[in-house]
Ligand binder design. Structure first.
Ligand code: F6P
Length: 561
């Protein structure tokens, strides 16, 4: 693998630094002096209308960022990813989530290391779809021959955040008689409260884990299995015998994993397991079999529509020139803010209640990908990387943290996302409530861009001593993303958009956006600390003074009940 180009040594970086130095952001006059600005910086991406014009950019900024993309070899690396080269160097893996959504019959077929990836993907999808149809049609029944009423997905990280986010986003498309729930946290409260009101006879578990070695997921899966057995035995549905318990697991547990041997060891029949491949990163896996619970909820046809949405963005990213390439422009803009405006965070603010888990999903996608301090050749990074992504749905956020975005000392670039047609077009008397909701969307991006001057505040008759507190500086950058409605395809487009944004930033910074070594140390230490938490004296004494004192405090309170 080629050594990464050090972006900071490129001519484009030098030119961007000088450009930043000279730039006096002034969105008011930029718009006043340039009637074509909104149109020129607005783009079409599939069904999405993406307006970049309220960002701190000029034509020169775009030209220089495009030059940067060229100098760091973005196009070549993008093609290397799509081709299946092992660009995840620290894990020596290809990165092929884009292969998960290639349409059936794509030509030429994608063959990597002699393996027909298209055929593999379609074969596994066919299994998932057949299973989904069986559950949805009441053909798949539990051990007492009752149809499934609740699917519980047990997984964490990429094996949870994608499915739960998409299930919430696509609620209007879900099967009316099948509820889907999600258990992720190893806090026993999660599994206990999720299962509390469920009927074991009509509950089906999907244990989703790429590695099938994740402590949280395997612990929760064992707890769920115990709950199933206890419930079925207590009601007399099955005998308390090994054979009956095995049959119950066969009818109430399926698994999704790349490690099918471990699935079998857990007691799940490999015939009830759906596979995927090590070239799918956990946080890029929703559109693999990891989406099984979602496929049950929305059905194969809608799942295919979602895949088509992903694919439309993949095609765009590959074929559009940088100047019109939305994911590339947005990724480069993020670099612009992180490295030239010292932005530490990035807000994602969906004005669509169904997208309420989208920011949480993006946190893993972006921060597990780009929170790195070394480059893909092991050398230190040469600039800041990985901003903190966060957000809440509007208008809740407006009444919580927008104060800081409007008037704080930090620059917080923000993406505003809205759909024109809601699932529930309610009216309040004569008022279209969704219209009122979106008035807030438009008003916020306007206020952030154009602010309010002291003269304008005074002109409202404001007392002089509070004028300063009521001034809004403006020039707070936002991107507006509008879609006609939150369809499965639009959701696929939104996810793929952010996947590619993340990739672009990683390439500029020269990092491997597809490994996640930073989460390993904590996992290992948790296992080492566990005996101390159980009260093992030697293990306790081996801890540092702070950790030992904390565990002792915990043990005291635990023993007091
Ligand atoms: O938290 C680290 C991580 O490896 C994520 O990257 C992954 O999505 C998650 O754990 C769950 O892993 P698995 O699907 O193997 O259970």
């Amino acid at each position: 693998m080629n050594a990464p180009v050090d972006a900071t040594t490129t001519d484009a970086w030098t030119a961007l630094s000088a450009h930043r130095e000279a730039l006096r952001p002034d969105l008011r006059s930029w718009f006043a002096d340039d009637p074509g600005r909104a149109e020129r910086f607005s783009h079409v991406l599939g069904d999405l209308h993406v307006d970049l014009s309220k960002n701190l950019l000029t034509d020169e900024t775009v030209a220089l960022l495009a030059r940067l993309a060229q100098e760091v070899g973005l196009a070549e690396r993008t093609e290397a990813m799509f081709r299946g080269e092992r660009i995840n160097v620290t894990e020596d893996r290809a990165v092929l989530h884009t292969a998960l959504r290639r349409p059936p019959g794509s030509s030429p077929a994608l063959v990597v290391d002699g393996q027909d990836v298209d055929a593999d993907v379609r074969a596994e999808l066919a299994k998932v779809y057949a299973f989904a149809d069986q559950v949805r049609g009441g053909v798949w029944v539990g051990v007492t021959r009752k149809p499934v009423r609740t699917v519980v997905n047990i997984g964490i990280g990429g094996s949870d955040l994608g499915p739960v986010m998409a299930y919430e986003a696509l609620k209007p498309y879900t099967h009316p008689d099948i509820d889907v729930r999600f258990v992720s946290n190893i806090d026993p409260t999660d599994v206990a409260e999720t299962l509390a009101d469920l009927d074991p006879e009509t509950t089906l578990f999907v244990v989703a884990s790429k590695t099938f070695g994740t402590l949280e997921t395997l612990t929760n899966a064992r707890l769920a299995r115990r709950w199933l057995w206890d419930g079925l035995i207590a009601s007399g549905a099955i005998e308390d015998e090994e054979e009956a318990r095995t049959q119950a697991v066969a009818r109430h547990f399926v698994a999704v994993s790349t490690a099918l041997d471990k699935v079998a060891a857990f007691g799940i029949d490999p015939a009830n397991a759906f596979g995927f491949w090590d070239w799918v990163g956990g946080r890029y896996s929703l559109d693999s079999a990891i989406g099984t619970a979602l496929a049950v909820a929305i059905g194969p046809e809608r799942f295919e529509e979602m895949l088509a949405g992903f694919h439309a963005v993949d095609e765009h990213v590959r074929t559009m020139p940088v100047e019109n390439n939305v994911p590339v422009l947005m990724g480069l803009l993020n670099v612009w803010y992180v490295n030239f405006f010292d932005a530490h965070t990035h807000a994602v603010l969906p004005y669509a209640q169904h997208l309420h888990r989208f920011p949480a999903y993006l946190q893993q996608l972006t921060m597990e990908s780009n929170g790195k301090s070394v480059r893909w050749d092991g050398t230190p990074v040469t600039s800041q990387t990985g901003e903190v992504f966060w957000g809440e749905p509007g208008t809740n956020g407006q009444h919580a943290f927008y104060q800081l975005i409007h008037q704080g000392t930090r620059l917080v670039p923000a993406d505003f996302i809205a759909v024109a047609n809601p699932a529930h077009p309610l009216r309040d008397g004569g008022t279209d409530v969704h219209g009122l909701f979106l008035a807030n969307f438009f008003a916020q991006t306007k206020a952030l861009a154009f602010g309010k001057t002291a003269e304008e505040v005074r002109a409202e008759g404001t007392a002089e001593d509070v004028v300063a507190a009521r001034v809004f500086s403006g020039n707070r950058p936002t991107t507006s993303i509008l879609a006609p409605a939150l369809t499965p395809s639009v959701l696929g487009q939104l996810i793929a958009l952010y996947e590619h944004i993340t990739f672009v930033q990683g390439v500029v910074w020269g990092i491997d956006s597809f490994d996640q070594w930073g989460v390993e140390l904590g996992k290992k230490l948790a296992l080492e600390v566990a005996p101390a938490v159980e009260g093992d004296r030697a293990a306790l004494d081996a801890q540092d003074p702070s950790t030992r004192a904390l565990i002792e405090q915990y043990l005291t309170w635990r023993d007091q009940g």
